[in-house]
Design a protein around this ligand. Structure first.
Ligand code: SF4
Ligand code: FE2
Length: 623
């Protein structure tokens, strides 16, 4: 029992880890244990298999200090890091492309499964990117916007359009460093080129390009994903919902959506809400159909539609272990192949839907823009059939769900503030809100599940720092009750008074991982309003329990945009002193921000608070 409490702070996780063990489900923690000790070369970034003269492992200062080609530790570490950033940026941006292709299909009347739900935002974004909309039909505007954004992915003249959301000083800095991103695909491809054997050997040059790749994600692919998701599925507004494994229903057909894109999950939601399907579920002996989310596709549905959230990354196998899940419908990213043997212990089925993400052992029912409605209908019928096979004796729903608020898009935040940023800026200037922190990223079995996310958030709000959360971090905060206005009682006096006046929580759910672009955009708006650079703002970021390559890209685009970012898990760069020193310090002289690493959330909070105070002092604001 004590051992289980060391793995996660969540009651639902603790109970389910025990049940999983009894039911013979192998979890991520079991496999993590089986992997020990992990390779120290790889951990430091000192292994390379970029060519077939290798693989090479480097022992700096020893005989084996160079790879077969002559690459040293600095080059190898920088190359490995760069490839990680490229993979992460590619994942976010390719997700953005799927939204773009959906918009394109809607614009060309090529789909009956999707529509434009937020015409006002479509017009606003089109205008922002220089498209004249007056007197034009909605679908014509959508067509022009889709055409313009499709170009952002390839090679074009100039830079990615949304970078104009950054203040001019920041863009000038990017230009002077030659890191203002050109096409989205172009930067990723160029990183693959540079890291091929015999191309870029200079660690600084590699890292600067890594920054450019990450910027093409944050201000490009991710931002496109967010904005187009809002246009297609509605811009989020404050909404109340529920979170943790308690959202699963004992007497209903339970369908979980897992992955990242809203394209499949929104279609599933439409089918789940169909009255005929609910009748069909009742005829099968269930009281209804219950849809809940996992990870970021869950965040997408929660933000826009108030659909309950079952859990984050490390909860996915445990959700299956409840024995109450009929169907897990996945799209892509962060879906552990370990879910397949887990589901085989029950009546549960996992369905893959993307041609890009197939899992041996799962059934593949492919979705595209044209067939989404009919495929979703098929899946709901499949779930109802599976419900009949559920073994009620093996069902355990471990806890009661916790209420949470969601839906804080920038548009919603502005509206809560009465239409302008002025009240937020006034609160920051007076010190009622001392600063803003973005808490983002994943879970990682190296860290006690959700402990860092929750402890760090509590520490920050206690110090009057408003916390914006996305991704798995957001789920952790929701489960801990920090996403309800009542949590203002845990905040410092200033933040608490602002929350009470606006009836908002001291930590706000601003979306999925691609929605970190909302935080970038907000930083850009505030910096422009104050006439300063983003690096001058009293803001800080953190990915306390990150694991994925996408998180590396996120961390780097925050830093390259001027946001000091504290990581709770050390990236695989410690094999190079040059790269490590640059990441933890040197970058400040280049882009005005750097990374810090600490594993103790109290120390992480201290680092972020000190940074925010330093920035306040510089802006002549009371500390
Ligand atoms: Fe070894 Fe160089 Fe080939 Fe990497 S690129 S595997 S360091 S020879
Ligand atoms: Fe995510």
């Amino acid at each position: 029992q004590e051992e289980i409490e060391e793995l996660s702070i969540c009651k639902d996780a603790q109970i389910m880890i025990e049940k999983a063990e009894k039911d013979g489900v192998v979890t991520v923690w079991d496999r993590f244990k089986a992997q020990q000790p992990q390779c120290t070369f790889c951990k430091q970034g000192l292994s390379c298999r970029n060519c077939s003269m290798g693989p090479c492992r480097i022992l700096p200062g020893k005989e084996r200090s160079l790879g077969v080609c002559g690459a040293n530790a600095d080059t190898i570490v920088a190359r490995n890091f760069g490839r990680g950033v490229a993979a992460g940026a590619a994942a976010h941006s390719d997700h953005g492309r799927d939204l773009l292709e959906t918009l394109d299909a809607v614009a060309n009347s090529d789909t009956q499964s999707y529509e434009i739900r937020d015409v006002e935002k479509l017009i606003r974004i089109a205008n922002e990117l220089g498209i004249k909309t007056e007197g034009k039909e909605t679908l014509q505007i959508a067509k022009e916007l889709a055409d313009l954004l499709l170009e952002e992915f390839g090679i074009k003249k100039g830079n990615i359009g949304f970078t104009m959301r950054a203040p001019e000083v920041r863009r000038k800095l990017w230009d002077s460093l030659n890191i203002n991103p050109r096409g989205i695909d172009r930067e990723v491809v160029e990183m693959m080129h540079r890291t091929h054997m015999g191309v870029d050997q200079d660690p600084v040059s590699l890292l600067l390009h890594a920054a450019r790749v990450s910027l093409s994600d944050g201000w490009g692919g991710s931002m496109i994903a967010t904005e187009l998701s809002d246009i297609l599925f509605g811009t989020p507004k404050p909404v109340e919902s529920k979170v943790n494994l308690g959202v699963l229903k004992k007497d209903e057909v339970n369908i979980l959506v897992h992955g990242h894109s809203p394209i499949v999950s929104e279609a599933v939601l439409t089918a789940v809400r169909d009255k005929n399907n609910i009748e069909m579920a009742k005829a099968a002996g269930a009281n209804g159909i219950n849809l809940a989310g996992l990870c970021c596709t869950g965040n997408e549905l929660l933000m826009r539609q108030g659909i309950p959230m079952a859990g984050n990354h490390l909860m996915t196998e445990l959700a299956i272990a409840t024995g109450a899940v009929e169907l897990v419908i996945v799209d892509y990213q962060c879906i552990m192949p370990g879910l397949i043997p887990a589901m085989n212990c029950y009546h549960t089925k996992m369905i893959t839907t993307s041609p890009k993400a197939k899992f041996p052992g799962a059934e593949h029912i492919e979705f595209n823009v044209r067939n989404a409605r009919t495929q979703a209908q098929k899946l709901v019928e499949m779930a109802i059939e599976l419900y009949k096979k559920r073994d009620k004796n093996r069902v355990l729903i471990p806890v009661e769900p916790v209420p949470m608020m969601s839906g804080f898009s920038n548009e919603a935040i502005l509206q809560a503030l009465g239409g302008s940023l002025a009240p937020l800026l006034d609160a920051i200037k007076s010190g009622k809100i001392r600063g803003v922190a973005g808490l983002v990223g994943c879970n990682n079995p190296r860290r006690k599940h959700d402990y860092c996310h929750v402890t760090l958030t509590k520490e920050l709000i206690k110090n009057d720092i408003l916390v914006l959360g996305t991704g798995c971090s957001a789920v952790a905060m929701g489960k801990a009750g920090l996403y309800m206005p009542e949590a203002a009682s845990l905040a410092g006096p200033g933040l608490s008074s602002v929350c009470k006046a606006l009836n908002i929580p001291p930590a706000l759910h601003v979306g999925s991982c691609v929605d970190n672009s909302r935080i970038l955009h907000l930083c850009g708006l505030v910096a422009k309003e104050l006439g300063v650079d983003i690096s001058d703002l009293p803001v800080a970021g953190s990915a306390p329990e990150w694991y994925s390559e996408k998180a590396i890209s996120i961390g780097l685009y925050f830093v390259a945009s001027g946001v000091y970012t504290v990581l709770g898990v050390t990236p695989n760069i410690t094999g190079s002193k040059l790269v490590t020193d640059l990441a933890l310090d040197g970058l400040t002289n280049v882009v005005g921000a750097c990374f810090a690493v600490d594993t103790d959330p109290h120390k992480m909070a201290e680092l972020m608070i000190n940074h925010i105070n330093k920035k306040r002092k510089k802006l002549n604001l009371p500390v």
